[in-house]
Design a protein around this ligand. Sequence first.
Ligand code: HEC
Length: 117
Amino acid sequence: MKIIKVLLMSACLLAQAAIADTDVQKAQKVKQGQELAFDRKKGNCLACHYVQGGTLMGTAGPPLVAMKARFPKREVLFDQVSDARIKNNKTIMPPFGSHEILSKQEIELVVTWLYTL
Ligand code: HEC
């Protein structure tokens, strides 16, 4: 009986490890997300937003701070980056997803990075 329990527990732990990112993987995604956001040919988010650690930042958009508290739902933050017109059809923020400036995967990386701000 005991051995079955131990086996079941190890199987669960293995399954969890396969789904969840390790700390190293998470750190890599955050780094890639930041690179995309700061890249002037990709996100160029600094043209309009204050971001901790950024340089030559514009002020057309609000400062990107306390993201977790203000965007508890990941989908909402994803949509904001993918197509800011969903929330405000007169926004000057580029619809990065709809205009294919960033791929879905790239937006996911940017969102992962945003949650560290
Ligand atoms: C051309 C300027 C511009 C660029 C470039 C830009 N944004 Fe924005 N962003 C805005 C403006 C303006 C708003 C304010 C909301 C609105 O217009 O509806 C905004 C709002 C946001 C919000 C919501 C913030 C809040 O406090 O509600 C997030 C998140 C955001 N932008 C992320 C990004 C990211 C990430 C990038 C880069 C991939 C980016 N923005 C690039 C102009 C810009």
